[in-house]
Design a protein around this ligand. Structure first.
Ligand SMILES: [Zn+2]
Length: 413
């Protein structure tokens, strides 16, 4: 009995090593492309974006889920770094702070050129894989970062933004967020407003991936229906396994499947198990589930490292991805399915977004109809460009008020 227990343990251990070794072999060829990492937010809050500050050295930084040795140990080959600014910047300094977060990502690439390579295309990611660098891309998390301006959207594209999450955890004047589905926020756009639709069309034209993490179900459906390219959920899990409104429900997973879109699974325990504790195997359950409902080509990884406070046992930092791959090998995922989840699915979606952009750049002019002035919240904004007539026509009662002096003028009386 004693002997057989040891034998079993030995076999299990050897098998475990084999899965892990197999995982590493696969990841040497096809490293992880992770959809969402908040290290830039950590750099802001811990060091006010000072990369030369004592303690902010990315080779030795220990208080974060992410540093250079951990990225290397985790076989991370590409990262969408989150240019995130909180909702309380909306109608204030959101654009300035977003620019600063993009700047700190670009400076990471300049400061650590042997590790990071800032890139902007699917082909660039493959090239960085060849060079053994961590391809670094900018994902802007929250539509409030464009301050309801198509001009700002285009400018951020030119600065390297390759996905925009349509909302964070607040409505924008043109798209509703997930808190509408919990009843904590009121629906304002019933998904996407007319201006929101023009934002989506312009993202298609420019070649910016539409990210539906954080949006309401109505916004998910509106964007999936409208977009002429596949979309992503950069860091969301399966609602059926954890009924959190940040997760993706089954009917939306069907739309993901139908459109060739992608769900990059979030590791935050609250979205994995709907509690403060979770395990690596529960994350694998989400991957299994999305694969079963939407297909293996719809599965990706968006760990949300450094954006969350609680992570599953076994996935404590960015060095742990190979253990997750080992778990999937144990669950009989094929090598092709695993490579899809790691990188190929995102590369396919990104290439499709680029293709739609190339096709529409020549046939479609840039969107340029401004948002109605009365949709903008109170702030210190000036109103250049908004002549009285177009804005007044959008305010019930205002037109009449503006016409009153005319109507009452002696010439007309
Ligand atoms: Zn997020």
């Amino acid at each position: 009995m004693w002997t057989s227990w040891w034998l079993w343990a030995l076999v299990a251990m050897c098998a475990g090593e084999t899965w892990r070794e197999q995982a590493e072999r696969i990841m040497q060829q096809t490293p992880v492309i992770d959809g969402h990492n908040d290290l830039p937010w950590q750099l802001l809050t811990k060091f006010n974006n000072q990369l030369y500050h004592q303690g902010s050295n990315l080779s030795t930084l220990a208080s974060t889920h992410t540093n250079i040795p951990k990225l290397r140990a985790g076989f991370v080959g590409a990262q969408f770094w989150s240019a995130y600014v909180p909702c309380d910047t909306q109608n204030k300094d959101a654009v300035k702070r977003t620019l600063e977060q993009i700047d700190v990502i670009q400076r990471m690439c300049q400061e650590y050129p042997e590790t990071f390579k800032c890139v902007t295309s699917s082909q660039d990611i493959r090239q960085a894989f060849q060079e053994g660098k961590v391809a670094s891309l900018v994902g802007v998390e929250g539509g409030h970062s464009i301050d309801s301006s198509l001009g700002v959207l285009r400018a951020l594209y030119h600065l390297g933004m390759r996905y925009l999450t349509l909302t964070h955890s607040c409505n924008t004047p043109w798209a509703d967020n997930w808190l509408v589905d919990t009843g904590e926020d009121e629906p304002e756009s019933q998904g996407l407003s007319e201006f929101g639709e023009s934002v989506v069309r312009e993202m298609n034209r420019l070649g910016i991936m539409i990210d539906l993490a954080h949006v309401s179900v109505a916004t998910m459906k509106a964007a999936l229906q409208l977009s002429s390219a596949p979309v992503i959920f950069s860091h969301s899990s399966a609602y059926q396994l954890c009924a959190h409104k940040r997760n993706v429900p089954d009917d939306v997973l069907q739309l993901v499947k139908a459109t060739g879109s992608l769900v990059m699974v979030n590791f935050y325990t609250d979205y994995v198990s709907c509690s403060a504790q979770a395990t690596l195997t529960q994350v694998a359950d989400h991957l299994d589930y999305i694969k079963a409902v939407a297909g293996a080509e719809a599965v990706g990884l968006g760990g949300d490292y450094d954006g969350v406070t609680r992570l599953p046992v076994g996935l404590e930092d960015v060095s742990k991805y190979p253990d997750l791959v080992a778990e999937l090998l144990q669950r009989n995922w094929t090598e092709a399915e695993i490579k899809g989840m790691l990188a190929e699915n995102l590369l396919r979606v990104f290439a499709a977004v680029e293709e739609v952009s190339n096709r529409t750049q020549t046939s479609h002019k840039p969107e340029e109809k401004p948002i109605a002035l009365d949709k903008l919240g109170d702030s210190c904004r000036t109103q250049y460009g908004y002549s009285a007539a177009p804005s007044l026509s959008l305010r019930p009662g205002a037109l009449l008020a503006s016409l009153a002096p005319l109507l009452l003028s002696p010439h007309l009386l």
